[in-house]
Every structure is written in C-alpha cells, then in structure tokens.
Design a protein. Structure first.
Length: 221
C-alpha cells in the first residue's frame, strides 16, 4: 500500500486530505464583481483608478480619485492602478504583495482584517446588493433564489438542509430588520423590486452577503 492509499484509508477520499487554497487577492475582488454581474472582462487597455473607501479618500493624501467612468470601476483587478505607498484596501487585506519589494511566493494568511473587509467593506456590500437585485429579477420565489445563489457562488445546488436553513434565514432576518425599524439604502437590492417591503428586500441582500463571506466561496479544493 503506497502513501496515497494509506491517507485515503485513514481520512477518506483524496479530496478530503488535500490542502485547501484560498483565492488570491485579485481573484477575491473579481469574484465579488462577477457574482454581482458587474465585472467588466474587457481585455487590454491602460490601467484604471479603482474605487477607494470614502474614509480613505478623505483622510489620506496618497489616495487617488476613482476613474470618472463607472464601467472602469468594475474592471478586473489586474488592470487596477497600483501605487507603492497605498495599496487597494481589499487587495491588501487578502495578501497582495508589498509593492516596494519583489515577491517570489505570495503569502496566504487568515486574519480578522479579511473578515472585516468582506463584512463591512464598501465593495463587498455594494456587490451583495447588486447580486441580490440581479437574482430577484431572474428568479421567482425563495427556493429559486436560493438555488440560483448557491449555483453561482458554489457551482452546486444547495442540499435540503441548506435550502431549509436559507428559507429560515430569509424569514427571520426580515423580522429582525423590521424590528430594528431602520433600513439603510445601501442594504437594499439594486434594483429593488417594488413588491418587496424594505425588511424583506434587505434580507435577500444579507443572504447574498453571507455567501460572499463563506469559506466555500473564498477557498477552492
């Protein structure tokens, strides 16, 4: 029995013992925009100035002004303008190399900053709202919405347990938002269907946002 066969015998399939790889910084950002349907996959051309958080633009003299063309803000990360003394916050959180030094091998860390960037970062929240709005325009009913969301985020259908969990989340989250009596405009799907109340609509965005923060979305086997 060789080493691989012994590992399979001890731990199950080879896939279960393989080391999982997290998406690289640029792939994380591009995947968020791909889910929202906004990713501009145009090839070639000059670099573009990607959007920066408002707080960074207001407090950093190194911040650049985002490109005036809205379409350019959604281009792939590889075309983003790079500044040595100011890295794009989302890319920096997910281990984009220091631009002052050469990098032979990228680090792949797991830090609280990454979770905060996806939970509270403007790009993640905006793309979650756009993704929810797109799915609501293409599906009918919670089950179709959940099936389509799982397929796009994970390339698979949800299990029966996951489907039940998603249904419960949508109902419970709408009640929580309604009880809080406060819905921020950026928390609503873009565009937002007129047939949904703000709490119901916000629940769909929160579900999409949760999927974007999941390990299965950020890691590949």
């Amino acid at each position: 029995m060789n080493c691989a066969e012994r590992l399979v015998k001890l731990f199950g399939s080879q896939a279960e013992v393989a080391r999982r790889l997290r998406l690289e910084a640029e792939s994380v950002r591009d995947s968020l925009y791909a889910l929202s349907g906004r990713l501009d996959e145009t090839m070639y051309g000059p670099s573009v100035y990607l959007k920066l958080p408002a707080a960074l633009m207001a407090n950093s003299v190194q911040a650049w002004s985002p490109d005036a063309s809205g379409a350019n803000l959604h281009r792939r990360s590889i075309y983003g303008f790079q500044k040595r003394n100011l890295r794009h916050p989302l890319l920096a959180a997910f281990d984009q190399p220091d631009l002052y030094l050469s990098c032979g091998v990228r680090a792949s860390t797991l830090t609280p900053t990454q979770s905060l960037a996806l939970l509270n970062g403007h790009e993640a929240t905006e793309q979650a709202a756009a993704w929810a709005g797109r799915l609501l325009g293409q599906t009918f009913g919670d089950d179709q919405f959940v099936h389509r969301a799982w397929l796009e985020a994970y390339c698979r259908q949800p299990t029966a347990a996951e489907l039940a969990m998603a249904r419960k989340f949508l109902a419970d989250q709408a009640e929580r938002v309604s009880a809080a009596d406060h819905v921020v405009g950026t928390s609503l799907p873009q565009p937002c269907p007129s047939c949904l109340s703000p709490p119901q609509a916000a629940a769909y965005v929160d579900l999409c946002h949760a999927l974007m923060n999941s390990n299965e979305f950020l890691y590949r086997d």
